[in-house]
Design a protein around this ligand. Sequence first.
Ligand code: CP
Ligand code: NVA
Length: 328
Amino acid sequence: MNLKGRDFLKLLDFTPEEITYLLDLAAELKDKKKKGILVDDMHRGKNIALIFEKTSTRTRCSFEVAAHDLGMGTTYLEPDSSQIGKKESTADTARVLSSMFEGIQYRGFDQSIVEELAKYSKVPVWNGLTNEFHPTQMLADLLTIREHFGYLKGIKLAYMGDARYNMGNSYMVTCAKMGMHFVACTTPKYFPDAALVEECKAIAAQTGGSITLTEDAMAGTKGAHVVCTDVWVSMGEPDEIWAERIRELSPYQVNKAIMDNAGEQAIFMHCLPAFHDLKTKVGAEIGERFGITEMEVTDEVFESPKSLVFEEAENRMHTIKAVMAATL
Ligand code: CP
Ligand code: NVA
């Protein structure tokens, strides 16, 4: 397997074998990290640029720690602090950065921006989240699921809530690729884009996976190995849509009834950050405005032994390290 020089923009671009290779490499790098075995000779002396047009905790820290562990230097370009998109085009930015750095991470808005960055860059470009996809998150989730159940093929993953944005789209693609069963539980307004659904159904037909879209949360989550969700309003979306989202997506909250319905085997996953209490600025504001204490997941489920959210968060670092180690 040789992924040197490849971009990592979305899982649609990778075969199941390539994805498995990245997971195996992540598991190996994780094991080395736990044992204190250094890997800083892997890419010593290289440098990477981290472009963030949206905020981040996990993704930024994962890229920075993983780069350091691989022997590399990092430059963080925070939202609004560079010329990108304002005084300088994506194409020009790509040509400038790829003359100085060995790799470029981009987090921002349209998928077309990261695709254009990759088109004009001479070095690998990694997608750290766009409106449409969050592929590094998918590797972390797959590693977490595989560590827990020991396998991926045949796993049923039920996704609750806003299924037409980066997390819903990405889970659908991921399940199709890995022979898993994806079920989106939400109202049709939040179903993923029809063309992407068809593309994923065709992939699933080859891998033994399946794609189901349903309004029935109980039928959709029954027997699920993984129940997952995401915030109801994503970064970059306007504040004004909170009321509509709370009204439309509340029936798809992950709570104890849903987890009990899924069954004994079910685990809970969330890319984070999550609104499971009022202990955040935004959570407290929403709580005050709408008289609610939790949103996409109840605190009871979030804090339960079934919740693997912090294992999932840790695996962001190991999997991002694998992506960089493999593509540089
Ligand atoms: N899950 C995730 O991407 O988290 P951050 O927004 O903190 O990077
Ligand atoms: N859908 C969320 C994911 C955050 C990791 C967002 O785009 O804000």
